[in-house]
Design a binder for this molecule. Sequence first.
Ligand SMILES: Nc1ncnc2c1ncn2[C@@H]1O[C@H](COP(=O)(O)OP(=O)(O)OP(=O)(O)O)[C@@H](O)[C@H]1O
Ligand SMILES: [Mg+2]
Length: 259
Amino acid sequence: MEKNLKIFAISNQKGGVGKTTSTVNLAAALANNQKKVLLIDLDPQANATSGSGVSKKDIHGSIYEVLIGNKNLKDIITRSPSEKFDVAGANQALAGAEVELVDLPKREYILKNQINTLNGYDFILIDCPPALNLLTVNALVAANSVIIPMQCEYFALEGLSDLVSTIKKVKQHLNPNIEIEGLLRTLFDRRNTLTKQVSDQLAAHFGSKVYTTIIPRNVRLAEAPSYGQSVISYDRSSKGAKAYLTLAEEILLGQHNEK
Ligand SMILES: Nc1ncnc2c1ncn2[C@@H]1O[C@H](COP(=O)(O)OP(=O)(O)OP(=O)(O)O)[C@@H](O)[C@H]1O
Ligand SMILES: [Mg+2]
């Protein structure tokens, strides 16, 4: 495994907060900075797979077969036809994986052990399902850190403590290195006063863990997946594309300063 490889789990058990949108577009934005990127789709909805232009029936094996031990991760990786990054795709079969995994030895470490066999990537981004289940635990065990997309609305902070305590448990028992990489404010609507209040609350609670970059609500971001493209390929001049390019810069600068 590469020494400078960074593995991010993009996770929040709340649905529809922009996990998949952030995974695909951050992957594209990092690739746009000449980084070698792998996107792993760990959600049975497989939205990150289709949103990267990879057709569910075209993939020769999915992350499901990797998790149940029938295939190696490196053998199912495919290049996005529209983007400059690789994809380990998912399909609906993954929904059954949870039950099948329960009886496997070291079931929390399967993804981590498979990632350890890879070479040549700078970043691996794992799109998690909207649940704190064994799939998400596999992502948290494999990852160096977690990016938490947050839609700044009333109930946003409520679920956050469950996620934070899951991350703490994983840190205690399974992956001592896991950290919160950053909280990402998504679907941001400046005209909404509640959005602003929640956003300020987040900043007060989590301080510098909250990314300076804010992802606005932008229709281009919602349109791009139906063309199997990132927003950067679909409409590079859109506010959504600019926001994810700025986020990539913020993350790359953060990595640089760490060294
Ligand atoms: N910044 C944005 N502006 C406009 N639409 C967005 C934005 N972010 C996400 N969306 C849209 O909102 C919906 C939910 O986004 P997304 O699928 O990324 O969330 P998710 O957290 O991955 O959802 P799930 O929990 O179901 O996996 C999608 O239709 C997506 O296109
Ligand atoms: Mg999703």
